[in-house]
Structure formats: structure tokens, C-alpha cells
Design a protein. Structure first.
Length: 107
């Protein structure tokens, strides 16, 4: 599922996966590495997501002695919870159609 804001994808599976990685690793750079993504790409996705929201999904601390980091805000946690719930409901509701589509794909 993707939610658009104008021409941009405000929210989609890649951004949700990135938010989950930020939650797990506590930084954009570590999250990017875990997803085999460049730091720049991850930062741009987080920035695009935060700019599309009424309130940001992440909070970043500048580097320095403590090393900085990035954490999810309550909005970020809510996005993950709701997005994964929609996916689960769609899977349950559309299992027959998904199975039919899967049979059309070469194995």
C-alpha cells in the first residue's frame, strides 16, 4: 500500500521498513546499513516522510561525543502500527485474490 501526497509517495512499504529499522538500531546510518541502502537515500526518505506529515515521525540528535542518533516519535510508532494492521487486514480479506495472482507468476 502506498499513500500519495501530490506526486510524492508520502508513505509506503519502504518508508515503513526504514522506520522499523530506525526503531531497532537507533540511527539512520545503522538503519540504512541494515537495509543495504545508502545513508543519503535513507536520510532523503526520512526527510520526505517527515515533511509530508503534520508532525514528524522521527527525532534526530546531532552527532558529537554521544554520537547522535534517531528515534521514532509517537507518530512514527503509530504509522508502523497502523500500516502493519492494514497489511494484515488486506491479507486476510484478499487471500483468495492474492492466491490467484500468485498462480499467474512463474516459479
Amino acid at each position: 500500500m502506498r499513500i500519495r501526497s501530490g506526486d510524492a509517495v508520502a508513505l509506503g512499504p519502504g518508508k515503513v521498513e526504514l522506520l522499523e529499522a530506525v526503531r531497532e538500531f537507533g540511527s539512520i546510518s545503522a538503519a540504512a546499513r541494515s537495509l543495504d541502502m545508502s545513508y543519503r537515500r535513507a536520510w532523503l526518505l526520512i526527510d520526505e516522510l517527515n515533511r509530508s506529515l503534520k508532525s514528524p515521525a522521527t527525532h534526530s540528535e546531532q552527532g558529537g561525543q554521544s554520537g547522535g542518533g534517531c528515534t521514532l516519535t509517537p507518530i512514527g510508532e503509530t504509522i508502523i502500527r497502523l500500516y502493519r494492521a492494514v497489511e494484515a487486514e488486506a491479507q486476510r480479506s484478499c487471500a483468495k485474490q492474492i492466491a490467484e495472482l500468485t498462480r499467474l507468476i512463474r516459479s
